[in-house]
Design a protein around this ligand. Structure first.
Ligand code: BTN
Length: 330
């Protein structure tokens, strides 16, 4: 869905993070100042912090860069480009994952990529909400069909985590690591999350939607409901470094497309060393929650099938295929 043209135009003017007076906006958009005021209040509903000061006008708390299909396409390399059937950019969407998952032709398509400026109902793992304000972060999903069933892509989420870390490192972001199964952390705080949804057969064709949410700039007001420690790239990089959102999306696609497309042939074994190298949980004391049950122990890494190894308080090694891991606070 597209946002109304007037709002988009106002946003593209305010995107620079500078003050723009009501009369300047009114003149450029060719509407009255009171109509500008109404449009501004609609824009705040998209999760952006707008500062309004009498005599100065309106300013976004932080400059944003709007998504550009052509800028992304220019920076996608030929390998990834050959694997992308279609790149869709949406202003507003319920969820990029749900959109691809609900496509009527999803079982016959490969490489449909959906990116959005704003998600009305962004989904996190375990039924949580993924806060998705406009123009601020990356919300990206990829549709791919696998021939050998959901069992054959068991470790895909680990491989995808590795691809995201490698992209961030290519962009000079250090101190990033993986929290099993695939949270991307920076110095212990959550920077990005991955949600993979699969439908189809355990041993036959199946459809996967691989979704990534990566925080670039999370406006304070939008972030209020988040209960875990989080971080965005704006806090990580020094003030004079500008993160180019379109370039970062292209960089992610350059890593993610071949990782996803080759996963069935490659197997998880090719990613285990890298995953272990980025593991930021090893030897940490944690609780693992599975439904109503919880287990306490020390993390001992992952086995060759990507299962989490935990030494419990009796010294026995337990393996986990799923669960929510929570670090003990020092
Ligand atoms: C997590 O809980 O860590 C996973 C978060 C995944 C969020 C992304 S944003 C793009 C895609 N669309 C969604 O609705 N969710 C994923």
């Amino acid at each position: 869905m597209l946002i109304p043209a007037k709002q988009k135009k106002i946003l593209s003017i305010l995107a620079d993070g500078q003050f723009h007076s009501g009369s300047e906006l009114a003149e450029k958009i060719a509407i009255s100042r009171s109509a500008i005021c109404k449009q501004i209040s609609k824009i705040t509903e998209l999760g952006l912090d707008i500062c309004a000061i009498t005599g100065k006008g309106y300013r976004l708390e932080h400059a944003i860069q709007l998504l550009s299909k052509s800028e992304i396409e220019q920076q996608v390399n030929p390998v990834a480009d050959a694997l992308i059937a279609k790149l869709e950019i949406h202003d507003i969407i319920k969820s990029t994952n749900s959109y691809l998952f609900e496509l009527p032709n999803k079982a016959t398509e490969n490489g449909i990529v959906c990116v959005a400026e704003f998600q009305e109902g962004g989904k996190g793992r375990r039924g949580r909400t993924w806060i998705s304000p406009f123009g601020s972060n990356i919300y990206l999903s990829i549709l791919w069909n696998f021939q050998n069933g959901s069992a054959s892509i068991n470790g895909l989420s680990l491989a995808v985590g590795v691809a995201v870390i490698q992209t961030l490192k290519n962009f000079g972001i250090d101190d990033v690591g993986l929290k099993w199964p695939n949270d991307i952390l920076w110095r212990g705080k959550k920077l990005a999350g991955i949600l993979i949804e699969v439908s189809g057969e355990a041993n036959g064709p199946c459809t996967a939607v691989i979704g990534l949410g990566l925080n670039i700039y999370l406006p304070k007001k939008s972030a209020e409901p988040i209960t875990q420690d989080w971080v965005d790239l704006k806090q990580i990089v020094s003030e004079n470094v500008k993160i180019d959102r379109n370039q970062l999306i292209a960089g992610l696609l350059n890593q993610l497309m071949p990782t996803i497309a080759n996963f069935e042939d490659d197997t998880l074994a090719n990613y285990l060393d890298a995953w272990r190298n980025y593991d930021c949980m090893k030897e940490k004391e944690v609780d693992i929650y599975i439904g109503e049950q919880s287990f306490t122990g020390t993390v001992k890494g992952i086995d060759d099938n990507g299962l989490l190894l935990l030494t419990d308080q009796q010294g026995d090694v337990r393996k986990f295929a799923s669960g929510e891991v929570s670090f003990h606070r020092p």
